[in-house]
Ligand binder design. Sequence first.
Ligand SMILES: CC(C)(COP(=O)(O)OP(=O)(O)OC[C@H]1O[C@@H](n2cnc3c(N)ncnc32)[C@H](O)[C@@H]1OP(=O)(O)O)[C@@H](O)C(=O)NCCC(=O)NCCS
Length: 238
Amino acid sequence: MKEHVRGAQHVERLGGSKLFVEPPVRFNGRTALRSDTYVGAYTSFGRDGEVQDARIGRYCEIAPGVLLGATGHPLDWLSVSSFQYKKASWGWHPSAVDSEVVDPEKGGRASFRGTTATIGNDVWIGANVVILSGVTIGDGAVLAAGSVVTSDVPPYAIVGGAPAKVIRQRVPDDVRDELLGLRWWRFSPNQLSGIPFDDQPAAIAELRTRVASLEPYEPGFVEIVKPPPAKKRRRLFG
Ligand SMILES: CC(C)(COP(=O)(O)OP(=O)(O)OC[C@H]1O[C@@H](n2cnc3c(N)ncnc32)[C@H](O)[C@@H]1OP(=O)(O)O)[C@@H](O)C(=O)NCCC(=O)NCCS
């Protein structure tokens, strides 16, 4: 079988959530998913992260301890507690088994849970960053360590702080526009081989000559199911 994901055994799927990847993807340590999650190719996750509700692009570097697409609790209900809307939270205990819950999306109202956060391509998410639900992170953006990202981040902006604000641009505007036009992340590392990555102008010049003749790498998304537990080896003696 082809290996689509490195570290799939570290992924914890909560509440029946599913993982879909555009292979290959890496998980370098425990990562919890709380909703169906799509991850683009060549994206790498650090340990101890949680995806609550996010769709993630290609070639992203995700540091340890992040929270992506942080969902909400009701601020204008009786309580913030999930006992009001999620039977599974407490219905397992005799004291809550007869409780009734209210559907947060009743009558088509917008849920306090928010919407999916969208993370572009070539995004570096620093350690312990929190990205709130519904936020869009542009291609090429950098989120400084410890940021709390409460609003959309433009492409190739470096943001930091709580709430995150633009620190500076990663590249000049004309370079940003060229990179967004080239969309080099459509291609695989094999196809990008030989590009002088450490010389940005030369890399862009080389990409300009190559992209028209390259077929985008489109492996499609595959679901990564929980690997079966490792078989216990039978002891032959003693
Ligand atoms: C954002 C980052 C990439 C540095 O970018 P930079 O442009 O070189 O930043 P500088 O160090 O020159 O700092 C520029 C400004 O941003 C501020 N800044 C830097 N990091 C910051 C952070 N995490 N939060 C808030 N502000 C930050 C600096 O204080 C400085 O502000 P000033 O101009 O008022 O003095 C780096 O600070 C960072 O957070 N890296 C992530 C590291 C990480 O999480 N690694 C995990 C392994 S993947």
